[in-house]
Design a protein around this ligand. Sequence first.
Ligand code: PEP
Ligand code: MG
Length: 752
Amino acid sequence: MAVVWLDDVRAADLDTVGGKAASLGELTAAGLPVPPGFVVTAGTYRTFIEEAGIDEELFAAVDVDSEDSAALAEAHERAHELIMETELPEPVREEIVDAYRTMGDDEEAFVAVRSSATAEDLPDASFAGQQETFLNVTEEDLLHRVKECWASLFSQRAIYYRNQKGFPHREVDIAVVVQQMVDAEKSGVMFTSHPSTGEPRIIIEAAWGLGEAVVSGAVSPDNYVIDRESGDVEEVTVAEKKVMHVKSETGETVERDVGEDRRDRQVLTEAEIDRLVELGRRVEDHYGTPQDVEWAIADGEVYMLQSRPITTISEEATAESNGGDAGDGDHLLTGLGASPGVASGAVRIVTKLDHLDQVSEGDVIVTEMTMPDMVPAMKRASGIVTDEGGMTSHAAIVSRELGVPAVVGTGNATRTLSDGQLITLDGDKGTVREGREDEDVEEREPIEEARPKTPVKPMTATEVKVNVSIPEAAERAAATGADGVGLLRMEHMVLSLNQTPERYIEREGVRAYVDQLVQGIRGVAEEFYPRPVRVRTLDAPTDEFRQLEGGENEPKEHNPMLGYRGIRRSLDRPDVFEHELEAFRRLFEMGYDNVEIMFPLVNDAEDVVRARNLMEDAGVDPEKREWGVMIETPASALCIEEMAAAGIDFASFGTNDLTQYTLAVDRNNENVADRFDELHPAVLELIESTIETCRDLGVDTSICGQAGSKPRMIRFLVEQGVSSISANIDAVRDVQHEAKRVEQKLLLDSVR
Ligand code: PEP
Ligand code: MG
């Protein structure tokens, strides 16, 4: 039998119907309101490939080196072609079409067709997101869509993922769920327990229209917190819901603006909340574990579309931060506390890169300034101390991401300290003392086990994202529960090649260069999928390029910060820039539709239009992809209206540069460091007017400069209505709390 009805499916049928369908069958059996449907079993797919004799060819085609993106693309194409061009046997066609006809009144009944892979319950379950969903399918397209679902087992992402995890391709089968569409008026998600703490609180997110808008993050939904025991509604946050997804006359899912009257209106009525809570309790009771449920409401009926166990509840209440007060011993040095925590260890002075292998586990690196090549050694170190640099320097950014305590800008650490000397540094206070204070200092957590300081992830209408500068930090960044990456810097990926892009291309070829970029970005995009990852095109000043091989060809500049960097360099060298854009095109082809493109240091619409045109030339469709700019110069803030007209989706404040250029204060110059003030009224005015214009024009705003981690800036931005805030890894949880507090206050003020 090619198909089974959901009514007849149970959890134990996982192997034949896949995780998604097994869960729907369970829900149906538990008497929960699931839209009717059937499953084209995994066995049907298996028989199809075996009887048609394409199985061996298929598995051979996808047995490729997945770090070779061209080979990966070819593998995907061949697998797709094999499946799509092989005819379905007549009895199977008939059975599927008959089942469809039984379900609807006529051949126009709209169904959702979704893949349900039999291995999707692998412990590392982001796998689940790797297959297809087609909405509003009718008889005409049904069989084609079923095959598309089968072929989606061999998307570039899926092939890559299985190769990475060492999971054999031939052991994964795929079933397909065909289920009646719910033409939802309202929809969203529900956590039957608190998603971080596991407390008995039901959290509901709700928006107008079809659920894709909530799941894909296209809209900020309303948020409801309900005491699961008493059913009391404890908190309601009504968000501004600008858009909704609806079914068009032709059956496609399209985005529409929400009418003024409903934008700020609460989506759920009391009765609907009660009904959802009742269903939430039942579903959690049924499974015995907290669930993450997708739901929809149509014609007054509440339907459950999907239920999965919540995997984000942390085991421990909290992880201790690195240490307490380190005492009052005399300071050997003071500088800026750039990465929090207290660490002790033996000094390892690094003046040249070839000293790096002398850095052993637990040593403290002492250097003039850190460089991209030092990252492997920085990971081994217990702490980092530098002579130079401010809070936005390479050393500060990278140590924060690695979770290694750091003190930067001490002026003379490399001369004051000596090799082997035992010291203790305090990355909060910015001090370095003689001796080891290990008795007070807990072991630093291994990087992959870092947990937010407080376990509760507050639901905020303002999205809280995280900044990532080194792909190695992706896992730690994703573990913060951030809503995505607000800034992924590309510099590190390029500078760590230790050659200028031009030299690298000369030696290794274009393909190798693009592969490097694809690999660096993909690591982060995969870790966060489907949360968005905003990748900034290259923005390294010439003084950083000069230190690399090939750097002798860089122009000598008196003021590199005012010079040949960011989009200026990219527009001037389209022959190099096109390779970055090519990397984006490949990532989109591979299925990383969560990647967004951001252009740095633009000044005006001309910069933006030229960048957009190059993007188009490289085969990236600006209409289909999310792309935008950084607001880092006063000019860009003042020209925002014209830039918006060029089609940007977002504008993100790079306050490190915006402050530097507004106040004429070099961000790396310790002599004027006390004048570097991101909260200066002039900087705030530029931000305020930009947000106001962007709100009028429907452009999202964000911050990805260092100041996004500061409470006063957060307060200011949330009050102005910024769409998202991107913070340092270690600040994400605090930013979530601060944003939530300000949102609550604004709500209270509005009703008082
Ligand atoms: C900024 O300028 O604020 C920013 C985020 O970019 P970078 O620090 O990389 O210049
Ligand atoms: Mg900048």
